[in-house]
Design a protein around this ligand. Structure first.
Ligand code: ZN
Length: 119
């Protein structure tokens, strides 16, 4: 079991959380962190990885968040799935869909036009 309601809850206990690649960066709660040096990632199975680049131990970081290492397992996804709702997720918008549609159309016509001519 985990003390975190979900991944959003975990991120909500941190400061200056920003998206970074497939994870997040935040200020480490365990040291006087001026630049966000704590990396936080959630994997599909709910395992959460925390890593302070200043070298704080995971035990210390977790106790600052109100938990223990055991709380880094089976953390439910946030309300918006893998990514937190409150952190400007990047939903698929109309431009993405249009771009993908025209790409698929183009690929499709390249694939099928020559064949169609054979008939
Ligand atoms: Zn730290």
């Amino acid at each position: 079991m985990t003390i975190f309601k979900d991944f959003d809850d975990l991120l909500g206990r941190l400061e200056d959380v920003t998206r970074q690649g497939d994870g997040f960066m935040a200020k480490c709660p365990n040291h006087d962190d001026r630049t966000a040096s704590l990396s936080v990632k959630r994997f599909e199975d709910g395992t959460v990885l925390v890593n302070c680049f200043a070298g704080c131990s995971k035990d210390e970081i977790l106790s600052d968040l109100g938990g223990t290492l055991a709380d880094l397992f089976e953390v439910p996804a946030g309300a918006d799935g893998y990514f937190s709702n409150s952190l400007e997720p990047q939903p698929v918008n109309k431009e993405h869909i249009d771009a993908l549609t025209s790409y698929v159309d183009e690929a499709n016509s390249k694939l099928h036009t020559p064949k169609a001519l054979e008939y």
